[in-house]
Design a protein around this ligand. Structure first.
Ligand code: NAD
Ligand code: DAU
Length: 352
């Protein structure tokens, strides 16, 4: 593999930190530059095991700041960009859409512009945009999202990601920028901020707090072990076809209430509580506005063309995930101190 300098944006977040770790460890000859604004979701504690490596650099910066990005690209001569920085939580996008427009749309265009200005004829360059299956909207009881499914985003978050996907493709068609895009299903694993279903519920079970299940609890998601997403990004970055899109998913659909019951079983078991102890915490609450009913990915293309497949079954992945959160209570206590309490009260007060 030829030496490369890769800019990873959002590398201090949940998925980004797993990807940065994979790249830094797997490619000692590469230079990996992690650009992150360290919002509430960014956390350098996610990267302590690699922060001293010679091939790793952290840069604090905001992708909404175009001048900063232009200067960074002029100084650094990147070969590639893997763009993950984003506002990522659907519920926050319902209460504050504008921050999603700024980071996810304007920030992405700023990055595309900075790359375009510094990359000349684009020889040997690649811009990889990491996106979500939520751009496709919602499924009924049957069917899967393929790369040909029409876009139909329904939340401010998914609309901002759809917009950024279109802009990345537009830079490919208009300016010839070499790009790839992937659209992935719900990730789970260590280092996920406890605003998302699984870490939030693990933490609440531990503290005997109510588990706020939105609506009837029968919404369905397709779950993927986060390290499998990182390996997919690695393969697609290196081998994906210029201009193409790849869907990534776990072939692992669960209704929320079923995964919640499994999680309760595993957490109670690991805490040494009698089976079923935390069932009483389940509390059905007011639904999320515009809640997408079902997501499920057809990941045939990435399997057939690039040989990628998920490695881990849900029960094993969830057991590892619960173990990690229970063993890393300092990490959880740090991210749930301060503003988190305020967030929680605002988000859930009028639901319960
Ligand atoms: P996250 O919220 O955990 O992390 C986002 C990171 O981006 C944080 O480190 C944050 O500090 C950084 N960031 C936010 N705004 C920034 C800005 N203006 N400038 C620079 N950095 C900024 O998100 P995640 O769950 O790790 O998701 C990463 C990417 O993957 C996102 O683009 C998301 O849309 C996409 N994605 C996520 C999932 C999932 O299940 N979590 C699934 C599919 C796709
Ligand atoms: O599909 C990929 C997407 O998955 C990513 O693009 C997003 O960044 C990521 O946040 C995730 O979106 P979801 O909205 O599916 O994830 P979340 O963890 O917020 O919710 C999962 C399901 O659980 C969803 O049906 C809503 C429900 N839920 C969530 C929370 C936080 C609850 O019932 N109660 C809750 O408190």
């Amino acid at each position: 593999m030829a030496k490369q300098k890769i800019l990873v944006t959002g590398g201090a977040g949940f998925i980004g930190s797993h990807l940065v770790r994979l790249l830094v460890n797997k490619y000692p000859d590469y230079q990996i530059v992690n650009l992150d604004a360290l919002t509430y979701a960014g956390n350098l504690a996610n990267l302590t095991d690699i922060e001293q490596k010679d091939n790793y650099t952290f840069v604090k910066g905001d992708i909404v700041d175009a001048d900063f990005l232009d200067q960074l690209f002029a100084e650094q001569n990147f070969d590639g960009v893997i763009h993950l920085a984003a506002e990522s939580h659907v519920d926050r996008s319902i209460t504050d859409p504008m921050s999603f427009i700024k980071t996810n749309i304007i920030g992405t265009v700023n990055l595309l512009n900075a790359a375009r200005k510094s990359w000349g004829d684009f020889e040997g360059k690649r811009f990889y945009h990491v996106s979500t299956d939520e751009v496709y909207g919602t499924l009924g009881e049957t069917g899967l999202f393929t790369e040909e499914t029409s876009y139909d985003p329904r939340s401010p978050y998914s609309a901002s990601k759809a917009s950024s996907d279109h802009l990345v493709r537009a830079y490919h068609h208009t300016y010839g920028m070499p790009i790839v895009i992937s659209n992935c299903s719900n990730n789970y694993g260590p280092f996920q901020f406890p605003e998302k279903l699984l870490p939030l519920f693990i933490n609440n079970i531990k503290h005997n707090k109510a588990l706020p299940v939105y609506g009837d609890g029968k919404y369905t998601r397709d779950w993927l072990w986060v390290e499998d997403h990182a390996t997919a990004i690695d393969v697609i970055y290196h081998e994906g076809k210029n201009g193409d899109t790849y869907n990534i998913g776990g072939h692992n659909e669960w209704k929320n209430i079923d995964i919640i019951n499994l999680m309760i079983k595993i957490v109670d078991e690991q805490l040494g509580r009698p089976e079923g102890t935390s069932q009483k915490l389940i509390t059905y609450v007011k639904d999320r506005a515009g809640h997408d009913r079902r997501y499920a990915i057809d990941a045939t293309k990435v399997k057939d063309e690039l040989g990628w497949m998920p490695s881990l079954q849900m029960e094993e992945g969830l057991t590892r995930t619960v173990k990690w959160y229970l063993e890393n209570s300092e990490w959880m206590d740090n991210v749930t101190s301060g503003n988190y309490q305020q967030y929680y009260e605002q988000m859930y007060a009028d639901r319960v």
